[in-house]
Design a protein around this ligand. Structure first.
Ligand SMILES: Cc1cc2nc3c(=O)[nH]c(=O)nc-3n(C[C@H](O)[C@H](O)[C@H](O)COP(=O)(O)O)c2cc1C
Length: 328
């Protein structure tokens, strides 16, 4: 295809197939104003000498500052910095408002919480079509173990490692049998293994899994109507919800109230038990997530997506009350 025949949208889409990280490049204007923008054109150039590059659109409001700046810094964003990326990709706002910044070489503003940071001095500048290419000598860098934010196909994405070499894919042993690679098996087995250690604590309180599920759901709001509970737990414990609730009420862990119909709330005892078990569960969670390392947020994000797809009603009850009121 010749350059003349390029369809700009298609060209952009084709370029977007190249997955990149996301960076924010910052510098200090001559008058002391901190400036910065989101850029995914960052790349390494040379190890010795240490050189990196990125390109800036000629239409950028920051063009003159970067052309004049001797120093700039590249911040490789972590997976939880999507909002920061969106903020620095906007024009005409105070991008640094409320940010806790450090200063680096040449008084360059440095952002916190990134996966890596490179402090650079401009080595070369080139014209490159509708962009300016900046090549910088790296004067210093730091990095953290956090997972990087990824940009692919015009959208933010997660980077996740492939299975470690010692983790064999779970294949079916018998052709056509229930496979260990089956999502339901993986979810089910993970669920049972995850809760195995909590089970001792549940047993000690005489609480079964279903009662724990209802008990922890009751901590979400001071009072939950039977209707809210039914909607929030739809598809989860449909027939057994009432049974679990009655059992909690019989053991004075929860109480039924009459408020525009039946509503439930935890008793003081119930709240104590729930909080004790939830903190055990949280401790368990941090141990498990620590083993996954930087991939942990990816797993949570995928499970959230899975739930949103197969259980869209689940979101409503878990919203925080202020956000829910604002939405009403
Ligand atoms: C993921 C992502 C990557 C981007 N990469 C670049 C880039 O490499 N170069 C660039 O000039 N603009 C890039 N942009 C657009 C700028 O961030 C955006 O135009 C910003 O408003 C420029 O700010 P300024 O005009 O204040 O300099 C990117 C935006 C996003 C969301």
């Amino acid at each position: 295809m010749t350059a003349q025949a390029f369809d700009p949208t298609e060209f952009r889409k084709a370029l977007g197939t190249f997955a990149t990280g996301v960076t924010i490049i910052t510098a200090r204007a001559a008058d002391g104003t901190p400036i910065g923008l989101t850029a995914n054109s960052f790349n390494s150039v040379s190890l010795t000498p240490p050189l990196v590059l990125w390109s800036l659109a000629n239409t950028s409001a920051s063009l003159d500052v970067f052309r004049a700046a001797e120093y700039w810094a590249v911040h490789v964003l972590a997976t939880d910095q999507e909002e920061l990326s969106a903020r620095f990709a906007r024009r005409g706002i105070d991008k640094f408002a409320g940010l806790d910044i450090e200063t680096g070489h040449g008084n360059t503003p440095l952002l916190r919480g990134c996966t890596a940071r490179f402090q650079c001095r401009t080595a070369f500048q080139y014209e490159g079509g509708d962009h300016q290419i900046f090549v910088g000598e790296v004067l210093g860098f730091d990095r953290a173990e956090s997972a990087p934010l990824v940009f692919h196909g015009g959208r933010y994405a997660h980077a996740t490692r492939r299975d470690a070499p010692d983790v064999k894919p779970r294949a079916a042993h018998l052709a056509g049998s229930f496979s260990e690679d089956f999502l339901g098996y993986l979810l089910g087995r993970s669920h049972f293994r995850f809760f195995a250690e909590l089970r001792d604590a549940l047993d000690a309180e005489g609480i079964n899994d279903m009662e724990f599920y209802v008990l922890s759901t009751l901590t979400l709001k001071p009072v939950l109507t039977a209707q809210e509970l039914a909607e929030g737990m739809a598809g989860v414990l449909d027939d057994r919800r009432k049974q679990a609730l009655d059992s909690l009420v019989a053991r004075t862990l929860a109480a039924a109230r009459n408020r525009d119909g039946v509503a439930y709330e935890l008793t003081e005892h119930g709240r104590d038990v729930a909080l004790r078990l939830i903190s055990r569960a949280k401790a368990l969670e941090s141990q498990v997530l620590e083993r996954l390392g930087p991939d942990a947020p990816v797993l949570k994000s995928l499970l959230n997506r899975l739930l949103a797809e197969i259980d869209p009603t689940a979101a409503a009850i878990w919203q925080d009350p202020a956000a829910q009121r604002a939405a009403e």
